[in-house]
Design a protein around this ligand. Structure first.
Ligand code: AMP
Ligand code: TRP
Length: 333
């Protein structure tokens, strides 16, 4: 049977190789399966949980749509829209925040990381962010949610919220309890500068990530400067345990060449990193640079991008409004 797919990406700029390999590449293959119904949301309400410049936010919303399209998502076969336009998301988030428990949210590690030491100064939105994410997913009766590994805990929370609502109001199966779809290998792409940190939009050094808008020279330069260790390339997968940077680069290469780490290791075992890095750059240029060109082309046609969003809005709003009406009935409003 077909799946109902929902996922979201924040329009916070610097979409990178981690977003692509951890999430967007998977969106494309799910979208290519005719049996699936896919909704891809630009989660601008999530973006404002930290301060955003309005002009940059507007550009980043369009850039996120452009990235979806450039990566191969077909707007005819999916719904692409931005979250803030569909009021049911904010409304459902409030209602579900009365179902979710403080104790559940207090366990969320992403909040702890993002809020840092001074939690008193974090916005309330940053804290309740996973409840909005649950609203996104549950409004569309989504059965499967493709995400990177960092969102696993938020999806567990979403499942808990769905189950508590269904039990509390005695409405069995009203909210579909969704399954996460997380890549088995390479669910977390690491920084090019530190194999223990995930590749991230907000890392200050641009050398830490391959952006999906990087040109050829930037790709070559970043791969050349990527951190490695002084040992030659390992021969056995076990040898990678204490070599996070080597593991990350080998993982990226294997994924992009549709191979596995064992095969890549047998190809490069004992060689030095320089040769491997040259080939990694070539593969990145082959697979990622065309996306970069297409993003830039699409960004010149803002009318087209805005049309995709408004057509997506019509379809999304219909589904979400229907669900919120049912929620009202259940609650007694
Ligand atoms: P965000 O940019 O935080 O909205 O993330 C969009 C998607 O990319 C989510 O599914 C994340 O889990 C995924 N993602 C972000 N960073 C990484 C990373 N370094 N490795 C793998 N997946 C990632
Ligand atoms: N929180 C997700 C992230 O930062 C983005 C997101 C918002 C999302 N709503 C979602 C992902 C619903 C999947 C489903 O990456």
């Amino acid at each position: 049977m077909g799946k109902k797919i929902f996922s979201g990406v924040q329009p916070t700029g610097n979409l990178h190789l981690g977003n692509y390999l951890g999430a967007i590449k998977n969106f494309v293959s799910l979208n290519n399966d005719e049996n699936n119904k896919c909704v891809f949301c630009v989660v601008d309400l999530h973006a404002i949980t930290v301060k955003q410049d309005p002009t940059e936010l507007r550009n980043n919303i369009r850039e996120t749509v452009a990235t979806f399209l450039a990566s191969g998502i077909d707007p005819k076969k999916s719904i692409i829209f931005n979250q803030s336009k569909v009021p049911a998301h904010s409304e459902a988030a409030w209602i579900l925040s009365c179902v979710a428990r403080m104790g559940w949210l207090n366990r969320m590690t992403q909040f702890k990381e993002k809020a840092g030491k001074d939690k008193e100064k974090a916005s309330i939105g940053l804290y309740s962010y996973p409840v909005l994410m649950a609203a996104d997913i549950l409004l569309y009766d989504s059965t499967h949610v493709p995400v990177g590994d960092d969102q696993k805990q938020h999806l567990e929370l979403c499942r808990d919220i769905a189950q508590k609502f269904n039990n509390e109001f005695n409405v069995e199966n009203f909210f579909v309890v969704p399954e996460p779809l997380i890549q088995k290998e390479l669910s977390r792409i690491m920084s090019l500068k530190d194999g223990m940190k995930k590749m991230s939009k907000s890392e200050s050094s641009d050398l830490s990530r391959i952006n999906l808008t990087d040109d050829k020279d930037q790709i070559i330069n970043k791969v050349r400067k990527a951190k490695t260790d002084p040992l030659p390339m390992p021969g056995d997968i076990k040898d990678l345990d204490n070599r996070p940077e080597a593991k990350n680069l080998l993982g990226i290469y294997s994924n992009l060449t549709d191979s596995d780490i064992e095969k890549t290791l047998s190809e490069y075992s004992g060689k030095n990193f320089a040769e491997f890095k040259d080939n990694l750059s070539q593969v990145l240029i082959e697979k990622i640079y065309p996306i970069s060109i297409e993003i830039k082309k699409l960004l010149n046609d803002t009318n087209y991008l805005d049309t995709i969003l408004s057509e997506g809005f019509e379809k999304a709003d219909q589904i979400a409004t229907k669900k919120i009406k049912k929620i009202h009935k259940i609650l007694g409003f």
